[in-house]
Design a protein around this ligand. Sequence first.
Ligand code: PLP
Length: 374
Amino acid sequence: MSLFDVYPLFDVTLEKAKGIHVYDDNNQQYLDLYGGHAVISIGHGHPNYINALKGQMDKIGFYSNSVQNPVQERLAKDLIELSSCKDYQLFMCNSGAEANENALKLASFHTGKKKVVAFKNGFHGRTSAAVAVTDNPKIIAPINAQQDVELVELGDTKGLENILKQGDVCAVIIEFIQGVGGLDQGTAAFFEATDTLCKTYGACLIADEVQAGFGRSGQFFAFQNYKVTPEIISMAKGMGNGFPVGGVLIHPNIKASYGLLGTTFGGNHLACAATLAVIETLKEEKLMHHALQMETYFRNQAQNLKGLKAIKGRGLMLGLEFDFPIATLRKRLIFEHHIFTGSAKNPNVIRILPPLNIQKTHIEQLVNALQTLL
Ligand code: PLP
C-alpha cells in the first residue's frame, strides 16, 4: 500500500530534535527556522514539555469529555490568565481547521445567520466551512462551495460595510497577520473599524490566531496589538508544541448549552498537559518579550540582503519578501546550509517561524547563509 501522494517532500528524514535543531538519519544537524509550520513554540524536546507529557502519561493519557477533567480546568484558568482574555470560555479540539469550524458554527448558532465574510489571501484550514472561507479555489471541493461566503480585500472597510449592512452575516473571520498568504497585515484603523462594524451589524468577529497566537507575534494573540474584542478566538499550532491540539476562546456573551459543540479527542489529558507546559514555559522564559527582541535583531541583521523588498510580519512570525521567486533559494538553504525555512502563497516570500527561544546566533547563521547564496 502506498501513501496518498499529496505532499511534495524534501528528501530529508528526521530522526531526532532538540531545541532549535533537528537531525537527520545521518546525524546531520539542521537549524529549524520553520518549526514544522509554526508549531514548535517552546523548542523541540523542551524538558518542561517532556516531563509534563511523561508525568501525565503515567497517570491517565485519555478519557472522553463525559467525566470531570481537572487538567482541562487548570488549563482554562492558566490560559485565561496568560492571555488576559478575562471571562472567555474555552472549548478544546484537535487542529486549526477544527477550531475554525467550531468558531464559524458557534457564530452561526449565536446569530441565527449563515453568511461569512473572509479576506482575500486568507487561510483558515481545509475542512468544510474553514476551507470555504479560505481564498484558494484549488482546495475548495464542490461540496465545500455550498457555503455562503464573501471575500473582501484586506483594508476595504467600505466593501465590508456594504456586505454587513444587508444583515445576513454571522461572522467576519480574519488573521491579524496573514500566515500562509505571506505575512500581510491590515492597518490598526482597518482592524478597529472591522470590529466596530461587526458590533453594529450583529456579526461575530472571529480572530484566527491559529498561527499568530500563543505568543508568536510578541503578544499572546496578534489581535491584542489593536483595540478590538473578538467574540471568538481560534488557536492551535504553537499551543501544543507538536502535540495535536486546538481550541476556541468564546466571549461570555455567547452562552453554552449541552450538545452545542462536542468532540471525542478534544481536550484530552495529554493535550492539556502539553498545552500547560507551553503556557508555563512562555511565562518562565518570558518568550513573548524575547520574540519582540529577536524581531528587532532580525530586522537589523536582514535589512540589507540583496534583492530584499520588505521584511513583513511581527514577533517571530516574519517574512522576507524578495524581488524574485524564492523556491530555489529555500532549497539551497536546506541542502547547502542545513537551514529549514517556510514558503508562502506569495512565491517571493520566505517565512521565518522558529521556536520562540531562538537566539541571536541562529539569526546570524541564516543571514550569513543568505548573504553567501545571494
Ligand atoms: N488558520 C491558520 C491561520 C493557519 O495558518 C492554519 C494552518 O496553516 C489553519 C488555520 C489550519 O490549521 P490546521 O492545519 O491545524 O488544520
